[in-house]
Design a protein around this ligand. Sequence first.
Ligand code: GTP
Ligand code: MG
Length: 452
Amino acid sequence: MCYYVAIQKWLLEGKGTSLTSKGLQMNDDLRNLSLSGHVGFDSLPDQLVNKSTSQGFCFNILCVGETGIGKSTLMDTLFNTKFESEPATHNEPGVRLKARSYELQESNVRLKLTIVDTVGFGDQINKDDSYKPIVEYIDAQFEAYLQEELKIKRSLFNYHDTRIHACLYFIAPTGHSLKSLDLVTMKKLDSKVNIIPIIAKADTIAKNELHKFKSKIMSELVSNGVQIYQFPTDEETVAEINATMSVHLPFAVVGSTEEVKIGNKMAKARQYPWGVVQVENENHCDFVKLREMLIRVNMEDLREQTHTRHYELYRRCKLEEMGFKDTDPDSKPFSLQETYEAKRNEFLGELQKKEDEMRQMFVMRVKEKEAELKEAEKDLHEKFDHLKRTHQEEKKKVEDKKKELEEELNNFQKKKAAAQLLQSQAQQAGSQQTKKDKDKKKNPASRNMPVS
Ligand code: GTP
Ligand code: MG
């Protein structure tokens, strides 16, 4: 990660023995030996340069700013190319982030550049949550890197690092002060990313107003405790330029990819009815300063700060959240292995406790259910007995009734038989009488004959 800085420092301090003497300051036990001939380890910096060059570099820029503030134009101007971008509408329901990666090459150096855009930033009526998707995006990139780091089989050397190295915060050229959205967003981001504030479309603001606007912004950032990226001044080669450039923050920039003829040269500029604003003219705007600071002088420092400061903070918080510590409660060093064991035991203990609780609960529920079932069984038995009794009574009643009816039937049959007998006797008697009457009619003399 910090190969380049190491190389720069090494080259600065001179190769060979001077480095050994520096080592001596750190450890008095080391003896300084002089070599009687060329060994070859002085090629180490070159080896590092070659290795880094062949691997290529990653650089990721996050552009935070309102819709139409000039983010895409500035990126095109900075990298002298035309990145694909389509203008956002002003009716996005929320803020979302759009990342696009490109492979760029300059001389023999390959750069994998990712530009992340905030789409719909500042367009909502309620802007309370506007910063959230940005924070989430930054954290997601840290998390992805952490997960890669924690893998058993890591491949960090060819890992596409998407962590944000620089956040260009586009301030609207109002000439007044920062909006609360700007302050809130920068405050939420300052511990996660290197913020470089810039005043966008600086050609729309007068020179004296710009000066006041810049100092107003800086004082507001200080009074609200917003930490912006500090250009490093601890390195001799860049200390001077970085110190002088810091004074010009926030950079007032103008973007344009249009070439205009100025004198006998073509230059990037914006043309107005009253004149021309040259992007690369330091009297017109701070574009050159921004390019110097962001790309030509501090690109590696931005990458290094991202890894050693912002990612380190994320990693520490995340590991602490997971229960990992470097020291035990008595401030004694605590190894990862021990932490893991302690955490594992704690987890197993909790698991056991939960298991016991669940078992007790289960037994209790079973007992409750058993009692409920017994009660239900008793009720059922009672109901069954009652039904049995009722059934027997009913049966007895039916049988009595049956007997009664049978008796009635017998009586009826007897009566019927007697009636039938009487009827047949009556019929017989009737027919005999009819016969006598017929005989009398046939033999009237016999009618007066005395009955013998
Ligand atoms: P979105 O992606 O839609 O959010 O817009 P953006 O922030 O990418 O802005 P973009 O670069 O598309 O520019 C929007 C308009 O502003 C275009 O008409 C640009 O020509 C103009 N513009 C860009 N930079 C400047 C500048 O420095 N000054 C002035 N005056 N206009 C600019
Ligand atoms: Mg754009």
